[in-house]
Design a protein around this ligand. Structure first.
Ligand code: ADP
Ligand code: MG
Length: 254
């Protein structure tokens, strides 16, 4: 039996009385390309944020490589775990957001290198070398010295992907990585994500790009009202979804 890379069990998240995530169970094996689709407000971003521990789950657990990301249950209360092991495993989850959040005063290469230096304590020369390698992978080498303001949105997002990849994550999370882009810039970012997928990177991608989800995904999750209502192959999801909400969603999206 393969050990799951990601194991989410009974994950709920409440904002006040309202459950935004309602007892989510999800297990992801190495190499899976999981596309998460569903209407706005379904809880897709909150799920990724709980997996990455930007958000604390109200209930349930998130295990990454068998380490509990959410903390430990003690006397029925969730106590955040800040142990070194957890911190290390947490770094192994990379996240790319809709907005690129690059440092405006730093060049592309420095944006990629800074996390290596500050968080991992990698020496400057080695950090720079690794940053150059990651920029090459997203085909941004010619723009390494430019600042974000000199780059298009698509180029900035490719730098953000390089920055996340530089930390050598075992799992990458993408939250609508092309939603903030002008239509003509969407393709180049999707191409980069596709190439990471082909290289075997395990990933969860929240997206509204249905053709991309179908082509690149190995698995589709359809979320609605805080639950995963469909968890199936792209083939089945796009040709014969079992839930009416998924069918309605597809009719509106395609
Ligand atoms: P999606 O990404 O699928 O659009 P989200 O995870 O962003 O959905 O949000 C799910 C629901 O949770 C929405 O109704 C949203 O308004 C609510 N929500 C998200 N974050 C917060 C927060 N920090 N405080 C209160 N409500 C929130
Ligand atoms: Mg969202």
């Amino acid at each position: 039996m393969t050990e799951s890379l990601l194991q989410v069990s009974g994950l709920s998240k409440f904002f006040g009385e309202v459950p935004v995530l309602d007892r989510i169970d999800l297990s992801v094996q190495p190499g899976e390309i999981v596309m998460i689709v569903g209407p706005s407000g379904a809880g897709k971003s909150t799920l990724l944020r709980c997996i990455n521990r930007i958000e604390h789950p109200s209930e349930g657990t998130v295990l990454i490589e068998n380490v509990n990301m959410a903390g430990e249950m003690r006397n029925g209360k969730l106590v955040p775990d800040s142990s070194v092991t957890t911190a290390r495993k947490r770094r192994r989850v990379g996240m790319v957001f809709q907005r690129f959040n690059l440092f405006g005063h730093l060049s592309a290469v420095d944006n990629v290198a800074i996390g290596l230096k500050r968080v991992l304590g990698v020496k400057s020369a080695e950090a720079k070398a690794r940053a150059d390698k990651e920029l090459a992978r997203v085909r941004m080498s010619p723009h390494a010295a430019k600042r974000p303001s000199q780059l298009s949105g698509g180029q900035q997002q490719r730098v953000a992907i390089a920055r996340a990849m530089a930390m050598q994550p075992t799992l990458m999370l993408f939250d609508e990585p092309t939603s903030a882009l002008d239509p003509e810039l969407v393709g180049e970012v999707l191409e980069v994500i596709r190439s990471l997928a082909q290289d075997g990177m395990t990933m969860l991608v929240v997206t509204h790009e249905m053709q991309f989800a179908r082509d690149v995904g190995t698995r589709i999750l359809f979320m609605d009202a805080g639950r995963i209502v469909e968890d199936t192959s792209p083939e089945t999801f796009f040709t014969n979804p079992s839930h009416s909400r998924a069918r309605e969603f597809l009719q509106r999206s395609l």
